[in-house]
Design a protein around this ligand. Structure first.
Ligand SMILES: [Zn+2]
Ligand SMILES: [Zn+2]
Ligand SMILES: [Zn+2]
Length: 239
């Protein structure tokens, strides 16, 4: 997968991933705001230069709020298990836990996500995140900085994210809008060729091509909230 530049949502600038942190430190409003914040950089574990986010998170918010945000924006397909590994401890969450799950979780010392971030994170730390315990989506979270600023709405503020990686239909020159999931690697199709495919109409044989590390996995169809979709291709280089 190609490295993807991204957009700063504070000013609209397009920048390569490597330049974004320095840009955000200049671009973020430093007047006003007394809320202690962490600046987090989140990357897909396998395509770290393709799928990435910069977030500001209130330090007092519980770990579960960060989990909620990552689920809503990027990974949640059907309410699977998720976990953070921080300093060798595993903090997990099972929205649909059975009695057996709960007993096993206690046996394996799975910790709840109720602690505030400030009790768990420090600048320079790396945290591993996984969503789903069968068809994993794995992320790495880097704690880049700590500073005071305006309170983010819902405790998490999205500062920047990657543009959508352009993909072409395997049968023509049009943009891919679907992935055929009964093949590996997943096969990209435009709408027209997807609908001509013999498997079109079979459950989850085709999933929408979404700008997310969860793309094409399980039954992932993107965020439920339309405002969290970011299906924008990178602008031309000379712009
Ligand atoms: Zn900016
Ligand atoms: Zn699922
Ligand atoms: Zn096509």
């Amino acid at each position: 997968m190609d490295p993807m530049p991204g957009r700063c949502f504070l000013c609209g600038a397009s920048l390569p991933q490597e330049a974004m942190q320095a840009h955000l430190m200049e671009c973020r409003p430093n007047q006003g705001g007394q809320t202690p914040l962490f600046l987090l950089f989140v990357q897909d574990a396998y395509f770290p230069k393709t799928y990435w986010l910069f977030l500001e998170v209130a330090q007092q918010t519980p770990l579960s709020a960060l989990d909620d945000f990552l689920r809503r924006l990027w990974v949640d397909c059907c309410g699977h298990y998720s976990q953070f590994v921080i300093d060798g401890e595993t903090y997990g969450r099972r929205p649909k836990a059975s009695i057996v799950d709960l007993v096993l979780d206690e046996y394996t010392h799975l910790l709840p996500m109720d602690k505030p971030l400030q009790a768990l994170l420090q600048v320079g730390q790396q945290v591993d995140y996984a969503y789903d315990d069968a068809w994993f989506t794995e992320l790495r979270i880097h704690v880049l900085a700590a500073y005071d600023g305006p309170q983010p709405e819902g405790d998490v503020r999205l500062l920047a994210r990657n543009y959508k990686p352009p993909r072409t239909c395997r049968q023509c020159d049009r943009e891919a809008t679907w992935l055929f999931t009964n093949a590996w690697p997943l096969e990209p199709y435009c709408s027209e060729h997807a609908k001509q495919h013999p498997a079109w109409g079979q459950p989850d044989a085709f999933l929408p091509y979404i700008n997310s590390p969860r793309v094409g996995v399980c039954s992932y169809r993107g965020p439920q909230a339309q405002e969290l979709l970011f299906e924008v291709y990178p602008p031309p280089e000379d712009e």
